[in-house]
Design a protein around this ligand. Structure first.
Ligand code: GDP
Ligand code: IMO
Ligand code: MG
Length: 430
């Protein structure tokens, strides 16, 4: 048996969707374990584009089982909309190929409103969230007042749960001078869609146990990136879940021994959406070029992504905190036109050299990157599927990354298309 966790090793949007889709040919089950519809995972298959937010990327392949684990926060209306969208594209979503954990916590309209209220009133210290209600929903989960999918099974129970969560939200709303949230209409709306959702609900831990006995291969699909992890990221400019690989066990209901391998998806440069420190950010024409050539616009919010050079110090660190076994390097082709390519290998803080990202945001904003320079290859690598066909300078850059971060690069992606990927070492066969 081989179960692989796929995580983003930077600030998200590394190309996790493409790689999970590519790898899922060899898997039986694909499971999301954290995050919500703040994620936007793009798949391009024979020219056709799919943008997935909550549905696992395995959904597009026939005969694969796709699961939303207990660690995911689910906006029920967003999920139903996404199911409709993908069905309209000819993909089946049925009780035979799709399961949601009955313990998944719901994102409700007052969570989204709270996210917006906070962001709008935060001024310069706003996080730049996706405004999907992710943070407030996770807060209610750990505050033990959340509504979970299973709560939609009984009206009496739902009523009690709503009373408890609205007591909290309405106290804050009152304090902020906002309209109080009425529970009756929300209860009606939830009960109306309950059957559509509950038909997919199951105890996921039990399913995973069965899959293990049947020797099925599981791909755990991470969302966001390690630098957005609530413990290990650039706090407070992070998301509200643990994005590290070890959360795949907690977020689905299996032990850490069910994780055999961690694949870190890593962009050949760096991007970030929203606010927060970004040591190698480029506010110049090279940054613009990366953004344009890499089509760096948010899948979820259409916001322009900030772009910069590859930060080796950061990736070396996220490899450690997430236990990454190898890297899938993506978007190499975006660098094709550049004369010179840079990689950050150290920082300078208060006149001293340091080789890690300091923990405090004040220091993270102060550090200056120290770069190593590489010669650009100035040839197209778009669509290359064989390592031998890459220009020597591109190989030099790849091997330099491998050497610096101390971890094997097991594949290199050269276009958004599923099959435009160079396989160096198959994670399922290691
Ligand atoms: P995710 O959130 O990690 O799944 O990544 P996104 O889908 O949000 O963003 C990655 C973007 O890069 C998408 O538009 C992909 O289609 C695209 N992409 C993925 N791999 C490659 C690649 O190797 N080359 C190019 N040019 N684009 C890629
Ligand atoms: P995928 O899975 C990139 C960022 C937001 C913001 C911060 C907090 O597509 O890689 P949140 O709405 O989660 O409270 O926002 O996290 N963010 C992402 N950035 N990719 C994502 O997902 C992201 N999900 C959240 O921009 O800075
Ligand atoms: Mg994305």
């Amino acid at each position: 048996m081989k179960n692989i966790v796929v995580v983003g090793s930077q600030w998200g949007d590394e190309g996790k969707g493409k790689i999970v889709d590519w790898l899922s040919e060899q898997a039986d089950v694909v499971i999301r374990f954290q995050g919500g519809h703040n994620a936007g995972h793009t798949l391009v298959i024979d020219g056709k584009t799919y943008k997935l937010r909550l549905l696992p990327s395995g959904i597009v392949r026939k005969d694969k089982i796709s699961i939303i684990g207990n660690g995911v926060v689910v906006d029920p209306w967003a999920l139903l909309e996404e199911i409709k969208e993908i069905k309209d594209k000819g993909i089946d979503v049925t009780v035979d190929n799709f399961i949601i954990s009955e313990s998944a916590n719901l994102i409700l309209p007052f969570h989204k409103e709270m996210d917006e209220i906070r962001e709008d009133s935060a001024g310069k210290s706003k996080i730049g969230t996706t405004r999907r209600g992710i943070g407030p929903a996770y807060e209610d989960k750990v505050g033990r007042r959340s509504i979970r999918l299973m709560d939609l099974r009984s009206e009496i129970n739902l009523d009690k749960r709503l009373e408890s969560v609205l007591l909290h939200h309405n106290a804050i709303r009152k304090g902020l001078g906002k309209k109080l949230f009425q529970r009756e209409q929300l209860k009606k709306d939830l009960l109306k869609i309950a059957p559509e959702l509950l038909k997919f609900s199951q105890p996921v831990w039990m399913k995973i146990d069965q899959f293990k006995k049947q020797n099925k291969k599981i791909l755990f699909e991470g969302a966001q990136g390690i630098l957005l992890d609530v413990d290990h990221g650039t706090y407070p400019f992070v998301t509200s879940s643990n994005t590290v690989a070890s959360n795949a066990a907690t977020g689905t209901g299996c032990g850490p021994d069910s994780i055999n391998y961690v694949l870190g998806i890593t962009k050949a440069y760096t991007t970030r959406v929203g606010e927060g420190p970004f040591p190698t950010e480029l506010n110049d024409e090279i940054g613009e070029l990366l953004g344009t050539k890499g089509k760096e616009f948010g899948t979820v919010t259409s916001r322009k992504r900030r772009c910069g050079w590859f930060d080796g110090v950061l990736v070396r660190q996220t490899i450690k905190v997430s236990g990454i076994n190898s890297i899938a390097l993506t978007k190499l082709d975006v660098l094709d036109e550049l004369e010179e390519i840079k990689m950050c290998v150290e920082y300078e803080l208060n006149g001293k050299r340091i080789d890690y990202l300091p923990a405090s945001v004040e220091d993270q904003l102060k550090i200056k990157p120290v770069f190593k320079s590489f010669k650009g290859w100035k040839k197209s690598t778009n669509g290359i599927k064989n390592i031998d066909e890459l220009p020597q300078e591109a190989k030099d850059y790849i091997y330099a990354i491998e050497d610096f971060v101390g971890t094997k690069i097991s594949s290199v992606s050269t276009s958004p298309e599923r099959d435009d990927t160079i396989l160096i070492e198959n994670p399922f066969e290691i």
